[in-house]
Design a protein around this ligand. Structure first.
Ligand SMILES: *Cc1c(COP(=O)(O)O)cnc(C)c1O
Length: 391
């Protein structure tokens, strides 16, 4: 292959210097008590959703995040769906969410008949741009006694769902303010941000509800898994009920009092989660050191910037981000080919959701920053264990 013009070859050199051959984007690591805890589930027969690890895992999550309540779910998308139902979102309601997010955020809304309304990102955080969102809502909506109405579509706009992109928190204070002003329910998609703090407070505590994910590539994994966080005890009770088929407690009768879902996390998965949570401080510390190492190494490479946490944040650096300069944006795909062909797993950001066929006709604001970021972001290997091999 011909040499890729700057900063292509230079990026590859840095990756070669720092990474083991074959480095993946984010690998799970089971170096703690995973085997013991899972064996305990098998030995005792407690493999399903009733089992002591589920409760222990939930307690560990609420201790770590400071959220009053954690309800473990089968995956992050299910947790988001449950959050949306608990927030009272109904079919036909519009929900503000970033165009720059994983498809699961929008699927959870669209799957229940709600309408994603795509908002733009800002380069400072890679998350929702509060100022642009405020201006957009002022232009297209009116506040009525019945909540916020989109003057262009006639539908209600009921909620706003920021995500903490690649582990960096969105600027939550102004978003909280916008939600208050426009009567929107704030729900955080905190799927990527376990271990991430916004102004010293853990993400997932800034709205009414939040969803976490423990998919295999997240900072902590349960195989598949997720959780609902809330500081409202009544919502937590309803979350437990909704995610256990809305079953009413009874010695033997099968009584259910609403349409519910089998969304609780099985004990086997929670057992993995407990062992993972015990290692979370180390994972975070190693991921931070890796980010610092990258930041230093890429400081000398022209044409690209290693994305660092916003000044109000402490990020978990879930997936490390290289941001190409505008002039180098056209090289993104060449750099992806070069790095992957050389055994280093790199990826572009998600295709902005308004470009996907099923979401193409949904309402949206100007998304020029999202488009621009998409053309310049490259995710690079981010597993905590990479640091174990570096001195
Ligand atoms: C991972 C992720 C989800 C979905 O979580 P799953 O556990 O894979 O269902 C949702 N939103 C964002 C932003 C994610 O990164």
């Amino acid at each position: 292959m011909n040499a890729v013009p700057p900063p292509g070859e230079e990026i590859l050199c840095v990756l070669r210097d720092l990474l083991p051959a074959g480095a993946a984007l984010h690998e799970p690591e089971f170096a703690g008590k995973e085997w013991d805890y899972v064996k305990d589930c098998l030995d005792t027969g407690w493999v399903s959703t009733a089992g002591k690890y589920v409760e222990t895992f939930e307690d560990m999550l609420s201790d770590f995040t400071g959220a009053g309540h954690a309800v473990a779910c089968v995956n992050g998308t299910a947790a988001l769906h449950a959050c949306f139902m608990l927030a009272g979102i109904e079919a036909g309601d519009e929900v503000i969410l970033p165009a720059l997010t994983f498809v699961g955020t929008a699927n959870a809304a669209a799957g229940m008949g709600a309408v994603p309304h795509f908002a733009d990102a800002e380069e400072r955080t890679l998350g929702l741009d509060p100022e642009k969102l405020g201006a957009h809502l002022t232009a297209i909506s009116e506040i009525t006694t019945d909540g916020l109405r989109n003057k262009e579509t006639g539908r209600k706009i009921v909620a706003c769902v920021p995500i903490h992109t690649f582990g960096h928190p969105a600027d939550l204070d102004p978003l909280v303010e916008i939600c208050r002003k426009f009567k929107l329910t704030l729900i955080e998609d905190a799927a990527e941000s376990l271990g991430t703090y916004y102004k010293k407070r853990h993400t997932g505590n800034h709205g009414r509800l939040a969803a976490l994910s423990f998919n295999g590539n997240k900072t902590v994994t349960t195989g598949g898994g997720g959780a609902i966080l809330t500081n409202d005890p009544e919502l937590a009770t309803r979350a437990r009920h909704l995610t256990t088929t809305a079953k009413v407690a009874h010695k033997w009768e099968y009584r259910h009092d609403q349409v519910g879902f089998n969304y609780r996390l099985p004990n086997i998965n929670a057992a993995l989660g407990c062992a993972q949570m015990e290692q979370l401080p180390r994972f975070l510390e190693q991921k931070r050191r890796l980010a610092e190492t990258y930041a230093n190494a890429f400081a000398d490479v022209d044409g690209v910037r290693f994305f660092t946490e916003p000044d109000f944040a402490k990020s978990n650096y879930w997936l490390n981000v290289l941001l190409l300069d505008a002039e180098a944006a056209g090289l993104r795909d060449d750099i992806l080919v070069l790095s992957n062909d050389n055994g280093f797993m790199t990826r572009p950001a998600w295709t902005p959701l308004h470009r996907l066929p099923m979401f193409a006709d949904f309402p949206r604001m100007d998304l020029s920053v999202t488009e621009d970021l998409y053309s310049r972001i490259i995710n690079i290997p981010s597993s905590p264990r990479i640091m174990a091999g570096l001195s």
